[in-house]
Design a protein. Sequence first.
Length: 425
Amino acid sequence: MKAHTKNFYSPNFEKIICLFLLLIGFFSKTFSQDFAKGADVSWVTQMEAAGKKFYTSEGVETECMALLKSLGMNTVRLRVWVNPSDGWCNAQDVLVKALRARNLGMRIMIDFHYSDTWADPGKQTKPAAWSNLSFANLKTALFQHTNEVLTLLKNNNITPEWVQVGNETSDGMLWEDGRISKNPQNYAELNNAGYDAVKSVFPNAKVIVHLPNGYSNSLYRWFFDTLKNYDGKWDVIGMSVYPYWYTTKNDWQNCNRDCFNNMNDMVNRYGKEVMIVECGMQWDVPETCKDFLSDLINKTKNVSQEKGLGVLYWEPECYPGWNGYTLGAFDNTGKPTIALDAFKEVSQSNKPLLQNSGWRYDDMQKAILFDKTFSKVTVFDSAGTAIQSVSSTNCVSMQNMQKGIYILHAALKNAEPLLFKFIYN
């Protein structure tokens, strides 16, 4: 690939760039944030109370969410418990963390467990206060709890983009009433009560139904076919992806392959968006974890119909062994491992600004790939200087590019050029 530098002064290009620069201010937020890259950091206030601190790789003490944002993340996920015995992850604790995320300009996902403690595939225990309610009153309690927590956020000028109604609900929630394998009608009604409660406060929020084992197509088909048959409502299919629990332990390549195939099947079968709302790998294999994450992010960005919304790491900030958990991405000194470098990549919109021509960033090749061959592709720096120009190509290498903002112009004979801004960090 030939690269060279020259001043950029073509009158036609100048008009295009002037128009483009006028559009940058309007589109920049959408452009950089279409794809969600983030983390569940629900442990952060509890860790801080225990004296845990967080540091940049250079050893500078930094607030956890601000640190994750500096590493390329734009989204925070927060779990909600109804009445936890120690107070962590109750509505007020969620508010503290959500305010912090909002003030950092980060996007927010709220994850309702509908329990006083962990809800997951092995346990979906009703909150103690709901344990003796009739089914009708159980639905009312779920609706009211969802509405009250979200109203608390709304009253503090916090607007979540996504809300989960249940956590890893592969066999429903609020057992035994809402166990989908035994009471699919009950589960669908509970799910819909949560869905309606979300929309009553935030009509534009996307409601997520979240299952584990994102690589298990048979589970997802069975579950969502059942939910659909009982008139269940959802906007997004959320997935957990942990190679540790894959068929062959830690075989992340095949795990990601199966997850990618499953995501595409969910899009084609139900017409819904998909999102990796949890993922992680052992903290002491950071290079392998980085490869896993880079590949998973790349695959999610390339889900059919541009319906892959994002990838979130579960509790990356936890110190190794915190609460017995070892799949975080920080070391024993409170510094992030290189695994999180996977989130530092081209911030690419799923919707290019001026044209819908196909293009994507491939993290493995460190290159921008096009779905056609252009007669000439030129990359300009933010000052308008051409720093790379390639003829007759379908890709642009980013191997030797410095961090910064760039403008790419791809010319095609007898057609409108492809033009967009991208951030390489």
